[in-house]
Design a protein around this ligand. Structure first.
Ligand code: 4AD
Ligand code: MG
Length: 422
C-alpha cells in the first residue's frame, strides 16, 4: 500500500498468520515470500479487528532468492502433486503445516490413550529375520561394505546372508515380537515404521509407513478386541477434533473431514459372508470373483462403509486369505477369527485377529523345515496364553480422517517405488 507494507508471518505453531505492518521507509528489498525475519514492534488491533504487529525494526535472517526457483508464490493455492515435488519445502506450506500438527496430535493421543489404559510401549526391532505377514513384500537388508562382506562370506551362503548368517529384512510388522512381550507384560503396543515393497501406483500404499500395533493377553473373543479398537478410535478422533479445530478447518475448503464420523457414528460388524452378500445385492454385476485374493477391492470396501453409514468391522475371514498366525473360528475350521476395520475414503485402516495358540494347529500352518519361527512356537509351549491384537495404519487413518486423496500427502517424507529422493 502507499504508506505501509503488509507481510504475513507464520512461526509454525498454528495455522494463523500474524500481519506485520512495515512503514514504507523501513521497507527492505530482501523481504520476499519465503524469507525468514525477526520483526520488532508493537502489537495493535488492526482495522479488521485482527491483532497485527506495527513494526519499527525488521532484521532479515535469511533472504529467499525467488529468482533461483523458489516454487511458491504468495497466497496461491497449489495442487498437492505440485507441492509434493518439493518435499524439503513442503513443511512451510500452510496446509501441510496443519497436516503435520494434526499428525502430531493423533500420535500423542494414541500414546496417551494406551498409557491411560495400562499398556506398555515396546520397541520391536526393525531388522528381523521373519516375514510376519508371509506376503513376500519384504525389503532385504545387505550391508554396503564389500570388504566386510568378502571377509564374512562363506562358500555355502549368499552375499545377502553373509552379515547375519541368514537373510534379514526390514520389518513388515512388529506383531510376532509384540506377542512374545505380551506373554511377559500382558498389555503392550509398538508404534513405529514398517516397510513393505508395494506397488508404486496405489494411492493407499507406502513403502515406509507407521503402524500402531497392540497385543493383549487373556483375550479370547473377537468382540473384546472390536470394542477396544472402537474405543481407541472414538477417543483419539474426538480429542483431536477438539484440540486441532483450526487446523482441521484449514482442510475444509477442499474436503470433508471424518472426525465426527469416527467419533460418533455407530460401528458395524459384518461377517465376511454377509459383506459379500451386501455387495452382491447392491452392486450391479458384482461377483465374488471380483474380489482379489485379499478380499473385496478398495471400491467394495468403501461401498460397504457408505452402505452401513459408519465404520465397519468385517470378521470371520476365509482362512486361506489370511496369515498363518490367525486363530481358527470355533467349530468352523475354514475361517479365522480375524477382523478388518473399514473407513471412509480408504477402506481398510485396521487388521487384527485372535492368535492361534494351539501348538499343533500353529505348527501345521508353518511350512515344514522353516525353523525361523521356532521361537514363536515356543510361546505356545511355555506358559501359553490366548492373545489378540491388531495393527492400525497411521497414514491410512489420517487419510481417512481428512479425506486426503493420496496417502503420500499424510507423511512428511513419503517413500514409494521409484521415489526415495531425499
Ligand atoms: O493388515 P496388515 O498387513 O496387518 C499386519 O501387519 C498385522 N501383523 C498387524 C497386527 O495384527 N499386529 O497391516 C495393518 C494395517 C492395515 O490395515 C493398513 O491400515 C496398514 O497397516 N497398511 C499400510 N499402510 C500404508 N501403506 C502400506 N503399504 C500398508 N500396508 C498395510
Ligand atoms: Mg490387512
Amino acid at each position: 500500500m502507499k504508506d505501509n507494507l503488509f507481510v504475513d508471518v507464520n512461526d509454525g505453531s498454528c495455522s494463523k498468520k500474524l500481519q506485520v505492518v512495515i512503514p514504507q521507509q523501513n521497507k527492505n528489498a530482501d523481504i520476499t515470500t519465503g524469507a525468514s525475519l525477526i520483526a520488532t514492534g508493537k502489537l495493535n488491533i488492526g482495522a479488521s479487528g485482527q491483532i497485527e504487529l506495527q513494526a519499527n525494526k525488521i532484521d532479515i535472517l535469511g533472504e529467499c532468492i525467488i529468482s533461483q526457483g523458489y516454487p511458491f508464490a504468495p497466497r496461491k493455492i497449489y495442487p498437492p502433486e505440485y507441492i509434493r515435488q518439493y518435499l524439503h519445502l513442503r513443511p512451510r506450506t500452510n496446509k501441510f503445516g496443519s497436516l503435520l500438527r494434526i499428525r502430531d496430535a493423533l500420535n500423542f493421543e494414541i500414546h496417551n490413550f494406551l498409557h491411560l489404559n495400562g499398556f506398555i510401549n515396546i520397541h520391536t526391532p526393525i531388522l528381523t529375520s521373519s516375514d510376519c505377514e508371509g506376503a513376500g513384500e519384504v525389503f532385504v537388508v545387505t550391508p554396503n561394505n564389500n570388504e566386510l562382506l568378502k571377509d564374512m562370506k562363506r562358500s555355502d551362503i549368499s552375499l545377502e546372508e553373509a552379515y547375519f548368517n541368514k537373510k534379514a529384512y526390514l520389518s513388515v510388522s512388529g506383531q510376532l515380537h509384540l506377542e512374545a512381550a505380551a506373554h511377559g507384560l500382558c498389555k503392550v503396543y509398538t508404534f513405529g515404521p514398517t516397510f513393505r515393497a508395494e506397488n508404486s501406483k496405489s494411492k493407499h500404499h507406502l513403502s515406509e509407513f507407521y503402524m500402531l500395533e497392540v497385543e493383549m493377553a487373556f483375550t479370547e473373543n473377537i468382540e473384546e478386541l472390536i470394542s477396544f479398537i472402537e474405543r481407541l478410535i472414538r477417543t483419539i478422533s474426538s480429542e483431536v477434533l477438539n484440540k486441532c479445530s483450526e487446523d482441521i478447518a484449514n482442510f475444509e475448503a477442499t474436503t470433508e473431514n471424518n472426525f465426527m464420523f469416527y467419533a460418533s457414528k455407530p460401528y458395524h460388524i459384518l461377517n465376511y459372508a454377509e459383506a459379500l452378500d451386501v455387495l452382491e445385492k447392491n452392486i450391479d454385476k458384482f461377483k465374488t470373483a471380483y474380489c482379489n485374493k485379499e478380499g473385496p477391492s478398495k471400491e467394495h470396501e468403501m461401498f460397504l462403509v457408505k452402505h452401513c453409514g459408519g465404520p465397519v468391522f468385517i470378521i470371520n475371514w476365509p482362512k486361506e486369505m489370511k496369515p498363518f498366525y490367525m486363530k481358527e473360528c470355533v467349530n468352523d475350521p475354514v475361517r479365522v477369527s480375524a477382523l478388518d476395520l473399514l473407513g471412509p475414503n480408504v477402506g481398510e485402516i485396521v487388521g487384527g485377529s485372535l492368535r492361534e495358540n494351539d501348538y499343533q494347529k500353529l505348527k501345521a500352518r508353518i511350512p515344514a523345515g522353516n525353523t525361523d519361527l521356532d521361537w514363536y512356537l515356543d510361546l505356545r509351549k511355555f506358559g501359553n496364553v490366548p492373545t489378540a491384537g491388531f495393527g492400525l495404519g497411521f497414514e491410512r487413518l489420517i487419510q481417512s480422517l481428512l479425506s486426503i486423496n493420496n496417502i503420500r500427502d499424510t507423511i512428511p517424507y513419503p517413500r514409494w517405488a521409484h521415489n526415495c529422493s531425499m
